[in-house]
Write a protein that binds this ligand. Structure first.
Ligand SMILES: Cc1cc2nc3c(=O)[nH]c(=O)nc-3n(C[C@H](O)[C@H](O)[C@H](O)COP(=O)(O)OP(=O)(O)OC[C@H]3O[C@@H](n4cnc5c(N)ncnc54)[C@H](O)[C@@H]3O)c2cc1C
Length: 372
C-alpha cells in the first residue's frame, strides 16, 4: 500500500517570533519557498532540487552543501507521526526525544509523518559564483575552500583533472536578481542540452567517454547568480540518471575522490556524469548520514539505461574503506548487517521501531533489507 501525501500541502502555522513554521508533511519544497518568503522566512539550507515533499526530504536525510549547515531533518523541531496503532503522536525533543531522534530520518519505517515544524531563518540572499580550478589544487586546499565559503561544492568529470567549483555566499542584502533567461540558458544549455547530447553519444560509443567528458568540461564557463535563496538552490535536472551518494568523515573526502577517479580510469569505465562533492555539519538523528560527524558527500552517477552496478559496487567498496554511509534515497547495496556498525545509535533506533511498530506494519522490501 502506497500512501500519497501530495494533498497534505498547506502551511498550518507560522510563528514569526520564533521562525518556526508548521507544515503539512506533503508540501513540496518548491511550493514552500515562496510562501516562507512572503512571511520573511526561508529554509536554512536546501539541496539541488526542490521537487521533494518536506516529509520525503527529511525522511532520507536530504542535504545541501555548507559545512556550517546540517541537513533538512536537523531543521525540524517537531513531527506529527501517525503510528501503527492509529495514534497521531506529537514528537519533539520535549515530548518523546528518543522517538523524535529516530523519526527524523526513518524513511517511512516508523509511520506516516503528517506534519512537521521547521526552524526557519530570516529570508536571505545567495550570491553564487561558478568557476573552474585545477583538481589537485582544489583537493589540496579543500578545507580552506569549504571553511571560507558558506556553501562550497564541486563537480569533476572522470578523465579530467578540472574541478567545476561553486561557491555561494549568504547575505541579508536585497538581491539584484540574475535574469531568469540567463540562468535558464546556462542551465538548459550546458547542464541539460549539452549533457543530454553527450550522454546519448557516449551511450552509443562508450569508447568516446574520456573525450566527451573533456569536451563538456571545456564547455562549462564561469557564471554568477544572485537571488533570494530559495530561487538559487534548486536547479532543473532533465537528464535522467542513476545515482549513489555516500557520506564520509569530512577529512576522508579528498583521498576518496582520487580513488573513485582512479577506479573509473583504470577500468576504463564509460562514466559520462561528474562526481558531485558537498559538505554538511553533523547532527544527532539516529540514522542521519551525518550523525555525529562533520560530513563530506560524494555522489556518483551513470546515464539512464547504461550499466551502473560495476561502477557503483566499486565506489561502495572505496566508501566502505573510509567509513562511508549511503544516502537513504539513492542506490546502494548495503543491508542491516553492514549498516549497523556504521551507526553508533543503531540499537536505539531499533528499540523505537519495536515500540512504535511492533508488528512491522510500515515495512517494505527496502526497510526489510536495510533495517532487518
Ligand atoms: C534529480 C534529483 C536530485 C536530488 N538532489 C538531492 C540533493 O541535492 N540532496 C539530497 O540529499 N538528496 C537529493 N535527492 C534525493 C531526494 O531528496 C530524496 O530521494 C527524497 O527523499 C525525495 O523526496 P520525495 O518527497 O520524492 O520522497 P519519496 O521518494 O516519496 O519518499 C522518500 C522516502 O521518504 C519516505 N516518506 C515520504 N513521505 C513520507 C511521510 N509523509 N511519512 C513518512 N515517510 C515518508 C518514503 O517512505 C521513502 O522512504 C535528489 C533526487 C533527485 C531525483
Amino acid at each position: 500500500m502506497l500512501v500519497d501525501t501530495s494533498r497534505l500541502n498547506q502551511i498550518r502555522e507560522i510563528d514569526r517570533d520564533s521562525g518556526r513554521v508548521t507544515v503539512d508533511a506533503g508540501i513540496k519544497l518548491a511550493d514552500l519557498g515562496p510562501k516562507l518568503a512572503a512571511a520573511g522566512l526561508a529554509l536554512e539550507n536546501q539541496g539541488d532540487i526542490d521537487r521533494q515533499s518536506v516529509a520525503g526530504a527529511i525522511s532520507t536525510a536530504t542535504h545541501g552543501t555548507g559545512a556550517k549547515f546540517p541537513n533538512l531533518a536537523a531543521q525540524i523541531t517537531g513531527l506529527s507521526l501517525i503510528t501503527a496503532d492509529g495514534q497521531v503522536r506529537q514528537l519533539s525533543a520535549d515530548t518523546d526525544n528518543e522517538a523524535f531522534l529516530a523519526a527524523r530520518v526513518s524513511f517511512g519505517s516508523l509511520g506516516v509523518i503528517s506534519a512537521a515544524t521547521i526552524q526557519c531563518v530570516p529570508l536571505y540572499t545567495l550570491h553564487r559564483v561558478d568557476y573552474k580550478d585545477d583538481l589537485d589544487s582544489t583537493l589540496s586546499r579543500l578545507d580552506q575552500h569549504v571553511d571560507s565559503s558558506d556553501h562550497f561544492e564541486f563537480f569533476v568529470f572522470p578523465y579530467t583533472r578540472t574541478a567545476l567549483c561553486r561557491k555561494t555566499r549568504r547575505s541579508s542584502e536585497e538581491p539584484d536578481p540574475t535574469p531568469m533567461w540567463r540562468r535558464r540558458l546556462e542551465e538548459e544549455g550546458v547542464e541539460n542540452l549539452a549533457m543530454s547530447a553527450l550522454a546519448r553519444t557516449g551511450k552509443r560509443i562508450p569508447a568516446l567517454t574520456p573525450r566527451l567528458n573533456r569536451l563538456i568540461t571545456g564547455l562549462v564557463s564561469g557564471a554568477e547568480t544572485e537571488d533570494r535563496a530559495y530561487k538559487v538552490y534548486a536547479t532543473m535536472r532533465r537528464v535522467r540518471f542513476n545515482e549513489m551518494e555516500y557520506a564520509l568523515p569530512r577529512a576522508a573526502v579528498a583521498e576518496a575522490v582520487d580513488e573513485v577517479l582512479e577506479l573509473v580510469e583504470s577500468h576504463k569505465l564509460p562514466i559520462l556524469f561528474p562526481l558531485e562533492v558537498r559538505f554538511a555539519a553533523g547532527d544527532d538523528a539516529f540514522l542521519s548520514t551525518a550523525h555525529g560527524r562533520e560530513t563530506g558527500y560524494i555522489a556518483v552517477h551513470q546515464y539512464r539505461g547504461m550499466e551502473f552496478e560495476t561502477f557503483f559496487r566499486g565506489v561502495e567498496a572505496i566508501m566502505d574503506s573510509h567509513g562511508g554511509r549511503p544516502h537513504w534515497g539513492k542506490r546502494h547495496y548495503q543491508n542491516a548487517a553492514t549498516l549497523a556498525p556504521k551507526y553508533p545509535d543503531w540499537e536505539r533506533f531499533a528499540k523505537v521501531r519495536s515500540r512504535l511498530d511492533p508488528d512491522r506494519v510500515f515495512t517494505n522490501e527496502y526497510a526489510r533489507r536495510v533495517l532487518g
